[in-house]
Design a protein around this ligand. Structure first.
Ligand SMILES: [Fe+2]
Ligand SMILES: [Fe+2]
Length: 270
């Protein structure tokens, strides 16, 4: 998936604070301020943090509202090692991202351009590679059997999800609908949970995107593409769950017919 440089995201004030980037020297007390912040907060301030979390399978999207320390405990990760990795990533990170104060219409346009536009072509590309790998390497024990079917089914639900956002939610945001968008947003958040489950199934099928030693070039490119796809989707969902949706709900309420889940479903027939 092609990444684009976003001129709005290099905002030093939103980078991890200097004292948080300093490595701890004397035990966990020095880690507390950063370790007690949520994955969603950290990923929202640093693209590097999002990369580190994705590498370790830490969900900063739908499950991102828990402190870093708690997430590490659940995954059996050493929080000190993770914080060192965050600090190293941050030093090389020139693109922390924040949309907490930009106009909502600009945020919506950014999501459409940066995340929606390339998503379906990319999953189609990955599907083609998965079909090829499963066909050519069917006899190998390490073949990711079922991956192509998983991607094919998921691409359909992803397409519906994008349409629901672009045809129902984003127009509501443009109308400054505020809490009237609540039922649509609830539906979309549930679908984000489904995306997270699909990502987990794909990780299970691909040994966490690690190709076996006998993997050919296509196989390796497929797994690299899946890892990149996961990271992009997590950034995308993070931005919606933790920035766009909360900000949309806080917008000014205006008098007009109530929005309902039914209207969202009606606009995007299944
Ligand atoms: Fe989206
Ligand atoms: Fe979404």
């Amino acid at each position: 998936m092609t990444r684009t440089v976003d001129s709005t995201i290099d905002r030093p004030e939103r980078r991890l604070r200097a004292e948080e980037r300093t490595l701890p020297r004397h035990g966990m007390n020095h880690l507390d301020p950063l370790a007690q912040r949520t994955l969603a907060e950290l990923a929202g301030e640093s693209a590097g943090a999002a990369r580190v979390f994705a590498r370790h399978g830490l969900d900063f999207c739908c499950g991102g509202r828990i402190p870093l320390a708690e997430a590490c405990a659940k995954q059996g990760l050493d929080p000190r090692a993770l914080l060192r990795e965050l600090a190293a990533e941050e030093r090389g990170d020139d693109a922390p991202q924040t949309w907490s104060s930009q106009p909502l219409t600009e945020l919506v346009q950014h999501i459409v351009t940066r995340y929606h536009a390339p998503l379906l072509p990319e999953i189609a590309r990955l599907l083609t590679m998965a079909q090829r790998v499963e066909k050519v390497h069917a006899g190998k024990e390490s073949c990711p059997r079922g991956l192509a079917a998983e991607l094919a089914e998921w691409s359909e639900s992803l397409a519906l999800h994008l349409r629901k956002e672009e045809d129902v939610l984003f127009p509501l945001i443009a109308q400054d609908a505020g809490p009237r968008a609540a039922s649509t947003i609830k539906t979309l958040e549930t679908e984000h949970d489904d995306h997270a489950k699909a990502l987990a199934r794909i990780r299970a099928l691909t040994d966490d995107h690690v190709p076996p030693t006998e993997a050919c070039g296509t196989w390796r490119a497929l797994y690299a593409g899946l890892a990149e796809f996961e990271l992009e989707l997590m950034r995308h969902v993070h931005l919606e769950n933790h920035v766009l949706y909360p900000r949309a709900l806080q917008s000014t309420m205006r008098t007009s017919p109530p929005d309902t889940c039914a209207s969202a479903t009606k606009a995007v027939p299944r």
